[in-house]
Design a protein around this ligand. Structure first.
Ligand code: ADP
Ligand code: MG
Length: 451
């Protein structure tokens, strides 16, 4: 068997064992670079890929190769330059991307009964260290609904893939469990339907609809903070499903402990199963995401260009996709070619269009809302802890985001002295550096300010 044939065997088996998105991401540009009796060297395109192979795929690859070469003792992964193309895997990946390319043009219809959008699947969900735990938990639920983690509670910032993952759970179960009654909905929608049911005196129907499900998936549950009637109904729906071992999945932009104004009994339910977070992807993962997404869209954009995008767009996956689409547009306009400078210009335009401005008023409103206090409480003379802290955070954000002067910041909060503003900004700045939880909290507030 030649090196190429041997690697082809590995590719064939791996393709069956992992998701197409992961296969396309990790196995592109891989090959066997040296084959000796006891040792095989596998060339991978980056150090990150090398780490990933060593940690994730090594055992599987070793098993497959050992089957073919009994004397095999060792596999080494070596990094070859990222812009080199080694192409055993290429064709197979092209096949996948062509298939996916067609999918792009297919209309995705939201199922009226389940509310699920079939475009969100596990197959096109890319897994990296930033979302590994949430993905693993989601997957185990699909295999054993109602049995392993109940509820599953997934939280993370804007655009990191919560909705995608939640819907993937629903879609997969819809596919493998024919008789299952599944419902996906935003918590806000649940609340609206509840209000309607109360108005039209059809609560029995409403209850029946939600309490007879096999799987209930509720997105953005933070919405129910402060909404008593909705919380009560979520609580009873939860209990009724939980007692029957029916699976419940929630998502939120923050952990249960940080959702304001939520009944304790409900919070403890949210915390009673499995809580998994999704972070923001690091550079290597952003690049992997771009590679997969451009393969899915059938775009032949070079790694060099994708690297420029991954370096410049550092936030969430939604933005990454937006930037890729913009670049793809320029690419087509240019007759399927692109220079570095054109890409940079496109990204600059994109960043400008994304860059939202904010105002002192908006920051103050968002902070008050986030900590669930009144705007007037922020300027009040009180020194109560629950007001002092949000006030200091608001001052800090006014300084950091808008560069307001200290006197004018003090002015905005009940005509306080500028030294108060200086003290607040210093204090929060220091704490942000030391306290990861606060850092995350402020990050969430900022997301809201700019969303
Ligand atoms: P959230 O609900 O956390 O705000 P979404 O699930 O709406 O984020 O994700 C935003 C966009 O990014 C969607 O188009 C989604 O398909 C895509 N996306 C998010 N995470 C992934 C991932 N891990 N792999 C592939 N696409 C992703
Ligand atoms: Mg969402």
């Amino acid at each position: 068997m030649t090196k190429e044939e041997l690697w082809q065997t590995v590719l064939n088996e791996m393709e069956l064992k992992i998701s197409p998105a992961n296969f396309a991401t990790w196995f592109k540009d891989t090959s066997i670079s040296s084959l000796k009796n006891q040792q095989i060297e596998i060339a991978v395109p980056s150090d990150f890929a090398k780490e990933w192979f060593t940690n994730k795929y090594h055992a599987l690859i070793f098993k497959i190769l050992k089957n073919k070469i009994q004397s095999l003792k060792k596999i080494e992964y070596i990094t070859v330059g990222p812009f080199q193309t080694i192409s055993t895997a290429q064709k197979q990946i092209q096949n996948i991307s062509q298939g996916k390319g067609q999918l792009q043009f297919q209309e995705f219809k939201i199922d009226r009964k389940t509310n699920l959008n079939p475009k969100y699947t596990f197959d096109n969900f890319i897994v990296g260290s930033f979302n590994e735990l949430a993905h693993a938990a989601a997957y185990s639920i699909v295999q054993n609904p109602g049995q392993v983690y109940n509820p599953l509670f997934i939280y993370g910032g804007v655009g990191v893939g919560k909705t995608h993952l939640l819907q993937a759970i629903g879609n997969k179960l819809n596919q493998i469990k024919n008789s299952f009654e599944i419902k996906y909905l935003q918590a806000e929608k649940f609340s609206q339907e509840l209000v309607q049911a109360i108005r039209s005196k059809s609560m029995d129907k409403f209850k029946e609809k939600f309490r007879n499900l096999d799987i209930l998936i509720m997105d953005d549950i933070q919405f129910i903070g402060g909404k008593e009637k909705t919380q009560e109904e979520v609580f009873h729906t939860f209990n009724s499903l939980y007692e029957k071992n029916k699976q419940i999945v929630f998502s939120s932009d923050r952990p249960p402990s940080a959702i304001p104004l939520i009944e304790e009994r409900l919070r403890s339910r949210f915390e009673g199963g499995m809580i998994a977070d999704i972070n923001y992807p690091d550079f290597e993962t952003r690049l992997a995401i771009l590679k997969t997404k451009s393969a899915e869209k059938g775009l032949e954009i070079s790694e060099e260009i994708l690297t420029i995008i991954a370096t410049n767009i550092q936030k969430n996956i939604r933005e990454l996709e937006g930037a890729l689409n913009k670049v793809a547009g320029t690419y087509h306009l240019n007759g399927n070619s692109l220079g570095k400078e054109e890409v940079k210009k496109t990204l600059r335009d994109f960043a400008c269009s994304m860059k939202k401005t904010t105002t002192p008023k908006k920051i103050i409103e968002i902070v008050a809302n986030f900590y669930d206090i009144k705007i007037s409480d922020l300027s009040d003379k009180t020194r109560k802890k629950e007001y002092v802290r949000p006030r200091q955070i608001a001052m800090y954000l006014l300084r950091k985001e808008l560069n307001l002067s200290f006197p004018s910041i003090g002015e905005k909060f009940g005509k306080r002295d500028h030294t108060t503003a200086i003290h607040a900004c210093k204090k929060i700045k220091k704490e942000v550096e030391e306290n990861e939880a606060l850092n995350e909290e402020i990050h969430q507030v900022k997301q809201l300010i700019y969303s």
